[in-house]
Design a protein around this ligand. Structure first.
Ligand SMILES: *Cc1c(COP(=O)(O)O)cnc(C)c1O
Length: 466
């Protein structure tokens, strides 16, 4: 499989190349040249497979010649063997129509582990074939950072520099990053928001002074391999609910549009997806874009669901590209306009294409706490604030009763226990797999939200190109 940039001018790469590159050199994002498609009978034959085997089947067409089927299966077995639940992503039932897909059984308690545990292994695999080192530079609103650090800590030939907005991640999230003392892990707290951190990371990918000296890699969902790994659980859930013979809807708490884009990919591959419900909090750029066609950034309001406190949704570009005839030149112009003015209007083709599969909803803080309470009082389930925003949107979606609606549970309730306790009076306990997180030593540097300072810090510590 070949990967092309959404902005049309970067060289096409194979899967290994796209995984190591992260962002394309023209500022675009890599996407497969075409969507692989499974027939109904191929999908039906996947029912009942163990998760690691299902993952290999779904991902093999994307991986192509970069890994043999045997090797890919070995890697998925290692990655998903670290999960605390045998089903990896178990499905729970709320009521006759609503289901919960628990994606938080990995080492750092958020769905990011599903993709990053595999990505850490892919980096190691592909770097072992070359003489090069990889310098991962990432921005996190909390969960990507902890999951990525867990996935690459101590691995050979990789350094990770992780930027988080100082004071805007939860204490559990911060400690999951800063208590990892492996020498290849570098935590940086910057003054500013997640969007500021993300903008600096993107700038580094396009800075020849950095890309000329270092192999800069990405663990954010701009990295295609992450989205690929997330496609798997859409299949896993839908197969359990009767796919391919019955369409299933998904409600997805959304920030950078990575998780829900994986649902779009599943639909392109032949999975019968009835609807993708994009759930946002008051940072609602995606809800505005999907409901009115206006993609304009506002200011970020900090909320109890910090992983969704985002005003620029990187992966939305992948959808806009696919919906606009895959015209990289036109998309590059559209994105350049957005980058200059912070505002962009979707074309009619983009609006209509999106409306065919996506709906959206915005949850106010009260909607979120009501949803947490509803899940607890009616179903005995404690859910985290992000998941609650998804559940609110699922229950407000008005889909016919015969369509099962799966809410993606993106974080363990213990990761955001203050908000859960405020809504229910119950304080979720941390699972034993996180160990003595609150006793461990922390290591992190504070830097100003200033690109030159960050570039200098990275350049002083990263391993240059061979
Ligand atoms: C990252 C994250 C999200 C948002 O996912 P995107 O792929 O960025 O849309 C939602 N909930 C939680 C808990 C997260 O960590």
């Amino acid at each position: 499989m070949e990967y092309i940039s959404t902005r049309g001018s970067a060289p096409a790469l194979d899967f290994a190349g796209a995984t190591l590159a992260g962002l394309a050199s023209d500022g675009g994002l890599y996407v497969p040249r075409a969507w692989p498609r499974f027939s109904t009978s191929e999908i039906a034959a996947m029912a009942g497979l163990p998760y690691a085997e299902l993952a290999q089947r779904i991902m093999q067409p994307f991986v192509g010649d970069s890994l043999s089927a045997e090797r890919l299966l070995e890697l998925t077995r290692v990655a998903y063997g670290r999960f605390a639940h045998k089903a990896v992503t178990p499905l729970e039932q709320f009521d006759e129509q609503h289901w919960l897909l628990e994606l938080f059984h990995g080492p750092t308690l958020a769905f990011k582990d599903v993709a990053l545990q595999l990505l850490g292994l892919l980096f190691e695999e592909f770097l072992a074939r070359s003489d090069e080192n990889l310098t991962i530079v990432g921005a996190t609103s909390g969960d990507t950072g902890s999951a990525a650090i867990d996935a690459v800590a101590g691995r050979a030939k990789v350094d990770i520099f992780m930027l988080h907005p100082k004071g805007r991640v939860s204490e559990v999230q911060r400690r999951q990053m800063t208590t990892v003392l492996a020498p290849n892990v570098h935590n940086i707290a910057i003054s500013g928001t997640f969007d500021d951190a993300q903008a600096m990371v993107k700038r580094m990918f396009n800075d020849p002074a950095m890309t000329g000296r270092f192999n800069i890699g990405a663990v954010n969902s701009i990295n295609w391999a992450r989205l690929m790994a997330q496609v798997v659980y859409y299949f896993a859930a839908a197969l359990q609910l009767g796919a391919p013979h019955r369409p299933v809807a998904f409600a997805v708490p959304t920030g950078n549009f990575g998780d829900v884009f994986a649902g779009y990919v599943a639909a392109q591959m032949g999975l019968p997806v009835a609807r993708l419900i994009v759930a946002t909090n008051v940072n609602d750029i995606l809800h505005r874009a999907l409901s009115t066609g206006d993609y304009s950034t506002g200011t970020v309001t900090p909320t109890a669901a910090p992983s969704m406190d985002i005003q620029v949704s990187s992966n939305f570009e992948r959808l806009l590209f696919d919906l606009a005839g895959r015209d990289g030149r036109a998309l590059a112009a559209q994105m350049a306009g957005f980058e200059a003015s912070s505002t962009m209007q979707l074309t009619n083709a983009q609006r209509e294409g999106a409306a065919a599969l996506f709906t959206s909803a915005r949850a106010e803080p009260d909607d979120m706490s009501h949803a947490i309470r509803w899940a607890w009082e009616n179903c005995g389930e404690l859910i985290d604030p992000h998941t609650a925003i998804g559940l609110h949107a699922a229950r407000a979606s008005g889909l016919p009763r015969e369509v099962p609606v799966v809410t993606l549970a993106t974080a363990h309730p213990a990761k955001f226990r203050d908000a859960v306790e405020r809504a229910t009076g119950q304080r979720p306990s941390l699972p034993s797999r996180v160990g003595d997180l609150f006793e461990r030593e922390e290591r992190c540097v504070d830097l100003p939200g200033d690109y030159a300072a960050i570039a200098e810090y990275v350049a002083g510590r990263a391993v240059p190109k061979g």
